[in-house]
Design a protein around this ligand. Structure first.
Ligand SMILES: [Zn+2]
Length: 331
Protein backbone atom coordinates (compact mmCIF):
# COMPACT_ATOMS: atom_id res chain seq x y z
CA UNK A 1 0.00 0.00 0.00
CA UNK A 2 1.67 3.25 -1.07
CA UNK A 3 1.27 6.29 1.19
CA UNK A 4 -1.10 8.86 -0.30
CA UNK A 5 1.67 11.38 -0.99
CA UNK A 6 2.59 12.84 -4.36
CA UNK A 7 6.37 12.82 -4.97
CA UNK A 8 9.07 12.98 -2.25
CA UNK A 9 9.62 9.25 -2.88
CA UNK A 10 13.01 8.90 -1.19
CA UNK A 11 11.98 10.72 2.00
CA UNK A 12 8.75 8.71 2.20
CA UNK A 13 10.57 5.42 1.67
CA UNK A 14 13.12 6.15 4.42
CA UNK A 15 10.47 7.26 6.89
CA UNK A 16 8.25 4.24 6.15
CA UNK A 17 11.16 1.90 6.80
CA UNK A 18 11.91 3.66 10.08
CA UNK A 19 8.26 3.49 11.15
CA UNK A 20 8.02 -0.21 10.24
CA UNK A 21 11.25 -0.96 12.12
CA UNK A 22 10.12 1.13 15.12
CA UNK A 23 13.26 3.11 14.58
CA UNK A 24 11.88 6.55 13.75
CA UNK A 25 13.82 9.45 15.24
CA UNK A 26 12.07 11.22 18.14
CA UNK A 27 12.47 14.55 16.39
CA UNK A 28 12.05 15.04 12.66
CA UNK A 29 12.78 18.46 11.21
CA UNK A 30 10.82 18.64 7.95
CA UNK A 31 11.95 21.57 5.80
CA UNK A 32 10.83 22.89 2.43
CA UNK A 33 9.05 25.88 0.85
CA UNK A 34 5.51 26.94 1.83
CA UNK A 35 2.84 24.54 0.57
CA UNK A 36 5.31 21.94 -0.67
CA UNK A 37 3.73 19.18 1.48
CA UNK A 38 5.38 19.33 4.92
CA UNK A 39 2.11 19.20 6.88
CA UNK A 40 0.65 16.48 4.65
CA UNK A 41 3.72 14.30 5.25
CA UNK A 42 3.76 14.96 9.01
CA UNK A 43 0.08 14.03 9.34
CA UNK A 44 0.55 10.81 7.37
CA UNK A 45 3.46 9.79 9.62
CA UNK A 46 1.36 10.58 12.68
CA UNK A 47 -1.51 8.50 11.31
CA UNK A 48 0.73 5.56 10.49
CA UNK A 49 2.20 5.63 14.02
CA UNK A 50 -1.20 5.71 15.70
CA UNK A 51 -3.30 3.72 13.18
CA UNK A 52 -5.16 0.68 14.52
CA UNK A 53 -5.08 -1.34 11.28
CA UNK A 54 -2.65 -4.11 10.30
CA UNK A 55 0.93 -2.85 9.91
CA UNK A 56 0.99 -3.22 6.10
CA UNK A 57 -2.13 -1.13 5.61
CA UNK A 58 -1.17 1.79 7.85
CA UNK A 59 -2.34 4.50 7.63
CA UNK A 60 -5.74 3.05 6.75
CA UNK A 61 -7.57 6.44 6.83
CA UNK A 62 -10.63 4.50 8.07
CA UNK A 63 -10.04 3.69 11.74
CA UNK A 64 -11.10 6.03 14.55
CA UNK A 65 -7.47 6.96 15.13
CA UNK A 66 -6.80 8.04 11.53
CA UNK A 67 -10.07 9.96 11.42
CA UNK A 68 -9.42 11.75 14.70
CA UNK A 69 -5.96 12.83 13.57
CA UNK A 70 -7.49 14.15 10.35
CA UNK A 71 -9.98 16.24 12.34
CA UNK A 72 -7.34 17.32 14.89
CA UNK A 73 -9.19 15.52 17.62
CA UNK A 74 -6.94 12.67 18.85
CA UNK A 75 -5.98 12.75 22.55
CA UNK A 76 -2.37 11.71 21.82
CA UNK A 77 -1.84 14.11 18.93
CA UNK A 78 -1.40 17.89 18.95
CA UNK A 79 -0.59 20.60 16.42
CA UNK A 80 1.20 23.71 17.69
CA UNK A 81 0.94 26.63 15.30
CA UNK A 82 1.15 30.43 15.52
CA UNK A 83 -1.94 31.73 17.31
CA UNK A 84 -2.14 34.78 15.07
CA UNK A 85 -1.49 33.84 11.44
CA UNK A 86 -1.29 37.52 10.53
CA UNK A 87 1.82 37.84 12.66
CA UNK A 88 3.09 34.28 13.01
CA UNK A 89 5.05 33.53 16.20
CA UNK A 90 5.50 30.33 18.22
CA UNK A 91 5.65 31.52 21.83
CA UNK A 92 7.38 30.08 24.87
CA UNK A 93 3.99 29.66 26.54
CA UNK A 94 2.91 27.30 23.74
CA UNK A 95 6.05 25.17 24.21
CA UNK A 96 5.40 24.99 27.97
CA UNK A 97 1.88 23.70 27.25
CA UNK A 98 3.34 21.22 24.80
CA UNK A 99 5.74 19.95 27.47
CA UNK A 100 2.85 19.34 29.87
CA UNK A 101 1.00 17.46 27.11
CA UNK A 102 4.03 15.31 26.29
CA UNK A 103 4.84 14.38 29.87
CA UNK A 104 1.52 12.64 30.46
CA UNK A 105 1.73 9.11 29.06
CA UNK A 106 -0.37 8.29 25.99
CA UNK A 107 -3.99 7.48 26.72
CA UNK A 108 -5.03 5.56 23.62
CA UNK A 109 -1.90 4.40 21.87
CA UNK A 110 1.80 3.79 22.25
CA UNK A 111 2.90 7.25 21.12
CA UNK A 112 2.35 10.92 21.72
CA UNK A 113 2.86 13.05 18.67
CA UNK A 114 3.23 16.80 18.22
CA UNK A 115 3.57 18.78 15.01
CA UNK A 116 4.99 22.30 15.37
CA UNK A 117 4.44 24.39 12.24
CA UNK A 118 6.28 27.51 11.07
CA UNK A 119 9.10 26.79 13.50
CA UNK A 120 11.27 29.56 12.04
CA UNK A 121 8.85 31.93 13.76
CA UNK A 122 9.64 30.51 17.23
CA UNK A 123 11.03 33.07 19.67
CA UNK A 124 14.49 32.35 21.12
CA UNK A 125 12.75 31.57 24.42
CA UNK A 126 10.44 29.07 22.74
CA UNK A 127 13.29 27.39 20.85
CA UNK A 128 15.34 27.11 24.04
CA UNK A 129 12.37 25.69 25.93
CA UNK A 130 11.91 23.04 23.25
CA UNK A 131 15.60 22.16 23.43
CA UNK A 132 15.08 20.53 26.82
CA UNK A 133 12.42 18.20 25.39
CA UNK A 134 14.66 17.41 22.42
CA UNK A 135 17.51 16.47 24.74
CA UNK A 136 15.61 13.86 26.73
CA UNK A 137 12.30 13.06 25.08
CA UNK A 138 10.12 10.42 26.76
CA UNK A 139 10.43 7.17 24.77
CA UNK A 140 6.86 7.41 23.42
CA UNK A 141 7.25 10.97 22.03
CA UNK A 142 7.55 11.95 18.38
CA UNK A 143 8.01 15.61 17.44
CA UNK A 144 7.72 16.91 13.89
CA UNK A 145 9.11 20.40 13.42
CA UNK A 146 8.10 22.10 10.17
CA UNK A 147 10.12 25.02 8.79
CA UNK A 148 10.95 26.52 5.43
CA UNK A 149 14.68 26.46 5.98
CA UNK A 150 16.98 24.87 8.58
CA UNK A 151 19.55 27.68 8.22
CA UNK A 152 17.35 30.09 10.15
CA UNK A 153 16.95 27.79 13.19
CA UNK A 154 19.12 27.41 16.27
CA UNK A 155 21.95 25.00 15.36
CA UNK A 156 21.30 23.10 18.61
CA UNK A 157 17.73 22.39 17.45
CA UNK A 158 18.90 21.22 14.03
CA UNK A 159 21.61 18.96 15.45
CA UNK A 160 19.14 17.22 17.76
CA UNK A 161 16.69 16.45 14.94
CA UNK A 162 16.78 14.23 11.92
CA UNK A 163 16.31 16.49 8.92
CA UNK A 164 13.96 15.62 6.08
CA UNK A 165 14.16 18.06 3.17
CA UNK A 166 11.21 18.32 0.79
CA UNK A 167 12.15 19.86 -2.54
CA UNK A 168 9.79 21.38 -5.10
CA UNK A 169 8.16 18.71 -7.28
CA UNK A 170 8.54 18.37 -11.03
CA UNK A 171 5.84 20.13 -13.01
CA UNK A 172 4.62 16.97 -14.70
CA UNK A 173 4.05 15.26 -11.32
CA UNK A 174 1.98 18.19 -10.12
CA UNK A 175 0.00 18.37 -13.37
CA UNK A 176 -0.72 14.62 -13.30
CA UNK A 177 -1.79 14.72 -9.63
CA UNK A 178 -4.12 17.67 -10.29
CA UNK A 179 -5.82 15.78 -13.12
CA UNK A 180 -5.98 12.37 -11.44
CA UNK A 181 -6.64 13.22 -7.80
CA UNK A 182 -8.35 16.58 -7.96
CA UNK A 183 -10.11 16.21 -11.35
CA UNK A 184 -8.72 19.47 -12.75
CA UNK A 185 -8.88 19.92 -16.54
CA UNK A 186 -5.59 19.13 -18.25
CA UNK A 187 -4.78 22.60 -19.64
CA UNK A 188 -5.58 24.31 -16.34
CA UNK A 189 -3.51 21.67 -14.52
CA UNK A 190 -0.52 22.36 -16.79
CA UNK A 191 -0.71 26.09 -16.17
CA UNK A 192 -1.09 25.75 -12.40
CA UNK A 193 1.77 23.23 -12.30
CA UNK A 194 3.99 25.77 -14.09
CA UNK A 195 2.97 28.65 -11.78
CA UNK A 196 3.19 26.58 -8.58
CA UNK A 197 6.98 26.59 -8.39
CA UNK A 198 6.83 22.88 -7.55
CA UNK A 199 4.48 23.40 -4.59
CA UNK A 200 1.56 20.99 -4.88
CA UNK A 201 -0.35 22.55 -1.98
CA UNK A 202 -0.27 25.92 -3.73
CA UNK A 203 -1.49 24.38 -7.00
CA UNK A 204 -4.39 22.61 -5.24
CA UNK A 205 -5.44 25.80 -3.44
CA UNK A 206 -5.10 27.91 -6.58
CA UNK A 207 -7.24 25.38 -8.48
CA UNK A 208 -10.17 26.01 -6.17
CA UNK A 209 -9.58 29.61 -5.09
CA UNK A 210 -8.97 32.20 -7.80
CA UNK A 211 -7.66 34.67 -5.23
CA UNK A 212 -4.32 32.82 -5.24
CA UNK A 213 -3.76 33.41 -8.95
CA UNK A 214 -4.96 37.00 -8.66
CA UNK A 215 -2.53 37.73 -5.81
CA UNK A 216 0.30 36.18 -7.78
CA UNK A 217 -0.51 38.18 -10.90
CA UNK A 218 -0.85 41.45 -9.02
CA UNK A 219 2.47 40.79 -7.22
CA UNK A 220 4.18 40.37 -10.60
CA UNK A 221 2.59 43.51 -12.03
CA UNK A 222 3.74 45.43 -8.95
CA UNK A 223 7.29 44.07 -9.26
CA UNK A 224 7.55 45.24 -12.88
CA UNK A 225 6.05 48.63 -11.99
CA UNK A 226 8.53 49.08 -9.13
CA UNK A 227 11.49 48.60 -11.45
CA UNK A 228 10.51 51.67 -13.48
CA UNK A 229 9.42 53.74 -10.46
CA UNK A 230 11.42 56.59 -8.88
CA UNK A 231 12.38 56.51 -5.20
CA UNK A 232 9.44 58.50 -3.80
CA UNK A 233 7.03 56.17 -5.61
CA UNK A 234 8.88 53.13 -4.26
CA UNK A 235 8.60 54.47 -0.70
CA UNK A 236 4.86 54.95 -1.22
CA UNK A 237 4.54 51.36 -2.37
CA UNK A 238 6.61 50.14 0.60
CA UNK A 239 4.28 52.00 3.00
CA UNK A 240 1.23 50.73 1.21
CA UNK A 241 2.44 47.09 1.28
CA UNK A 242 3.34 47.28 4.99
CA UNK A 243 -0.14 48.66 5.76
CA UNK A 244 -2.31 46.58 3.45
CA UNK A 245 -0.69 43.16 3.88
CA UNK A 246 -0.11 41.18 7.06
CA UNK A 247 3.11 39.24 7.62
CA UNK A 248 1.84 36.04 6.02
CA UNK A 249 0.67 37.93 2.91
CA UNK A 250 3.97 39.82 2.65
CA UNK A 251 5.89 36.54 2.82
CA UNK A 252 3.69 35.25 -0.02
CA UNK A 253 4.26 38.42 -2.07
CA UNK A 254 8.01 38.02 -1.62
CA UNK A 255 7.70 34.35 -2.68
CA UNK A 256 6.12 35.51 -5.98
CA UNK A 257 8.84 38.14 -6.44
CA UNK A 258 11.47 35.45 -5.87
CA UNK A 259 9.89 33.44 -8.68
CA UNK A 260 10.03 36.50 -10.94
CA UNK A 261 13.71 37.12 -10.17
CA UNK A 262 14.49 33.43 -10.72
CA UNK A 263 12.90 33.79 -14.16
CA UNK A 264 15.20 36.77 -14.83
CA UNK A 265 18.16 34.60 -13.84
CA UNK A 266 17.01 31.78 -16.14
CA UNK A 267 16.72 34.22 -19.05
CA UNK A 268 20.19 35.58 -18.30
CA UNK A 269 21.47 31.99 -18.42
CA UNK A 270 19.56 31.56 -21.69
CA UNK A 271 17.57 28.70 -20.27
CA UNK A 272 13.90 29.51 -20.65
CA UNK A 273 12.55 25.93 -20.42
CA UNK A 274 12.03 26.27 -16.65
CA UNK A 275 10.40 29.71 -16.90
CA UNK A 276 7.43 30.23 -14.55
CA UNK A 277 5.88 33.45 -15.90
CA UNK A 278 5.91 32.67 -19.63
CA UNK A 279 3.10 35.23 -20.02
CA UNK A 280 5.58 37.96 -19.00
CA UNK A 281 8.57 36.69 -20.95
CA UNK A 282 9.09 39.89 -22.99
CA UNK A 283 9.04 42.15 -19.91
CA UNK A 284 11.32 39.83 -17.93
CA UNK A 285 13.70 39.56 -20.89
CA UNK A 286 13.99 43.36 -20.83
CA UNK A 287 15.01 43.22 -17.15
CA UNK A 288 17.41 40.33 -17.80
CA UNK A 289 19.27 42.35 -20.40
CA UNK A 290 19.42 45.52 -18.30
CA UNK A 291 21.30 44.08 -15.29
CA UNK A 292 24.13 41.63 -14.62
CA UNK A 293 23.76 38.06 -13.37
CA UNK A 294 25.59 39.10 -10.18
CA UNK A 295 22.98 41.79 -9.55
CA UNK A 296 20.17 39.29 -9.98
CA UNK A 297 21.81 36.88 -7.53
CA UNK A 298 22.25 39.72 -5.01
CA UNK A 299 18.57 40.67 -5.36
CA UNK A 300 17.47 37.05 -4.84
CA UNK A 301 19.54 36.95 -1.65
CA UNK A 302 18.03 40.23 -0.47
CA UNK A 303 14.48 38.94 -0.99
CA UNK A 304 15.23 35.70 0.90
CA UNK A 305 16.79 37.74 3.74
CA UNK A 306 13.67 39.94 3.86
CA UNK A 307 11.44 36.87 4.13
CA UNK A 308 13.51 35.57 7.05
CA UNK A 309 13.41 38.97 8.75
CA UNK A 310 9.60 39.04 8.48
CA UNK A 311 9.46 35.94 10.69
CA UNK A 312 11.61 37.78 13.22
CA UNK A 313 8.99 40.49 13.64
CA UNK A 314 11.05 43.13 11.89
CA UNK A 315 9.66 46.62 11.27
CA UNK A 316 7.82 45.75 8.07
CA UNK A 317 7.74 49.22 6.52
CA UNK A 318 11.47 49.77 7.02
CA UNK A 319 12.17 46.30 5.72
CA UNK A 320 10.13 46.82 2.55
CA UNK A 321 11.69 50.26 1.98
CA UNK A 322 15.18 48.78 2.20
CA UNK A 323 14.26 45.94 -0.11
CA UNK A 324 12.74 48.23 -2.73
CA UNK A 325 15.89 50.38 -2.59
CA UNK A 326 17.89 47.26 -3.49
CA UNK A 327 15.85 46.76 -6.65
CA UNK A 328 17.52 48.22 -9.75
CA UNK A 329 15.99 51.06 -11.77
CA UNK A 330 15.23 49.86 -15.27
CA UNK A 331 14.18 52.62 -17.61
ZN1 LIG B 1 -6.02 3.86 10.55
Amino acid sequence: MPWPIVGHELAVQQIRQAVAGEDLSHALLITGPENVGKMTLARIIAKSLLCKAEAETRPCEQCTSCKRIESGNHPDFIIIEPENPERPTIKVQQIRELERFLHLTPTESRHKIAIITTFESATIGAANALLKTLEEPPAYVHLFLLASNADTLLPTIVSRSQQVTLRPLERKKIARALVERWQIQADKAQRLARLSGGRLGWAVRAATDNAYLERMESAQRLLLALLVADLPTRFEHAQDLAKSQDTAQLIETLEYWLTGWRDVLLLQAQNDTGLTYTELKAELEHVAQAISINSTVAILQAVVAAQTALFRNANTQLLMENLLLDFPYIG
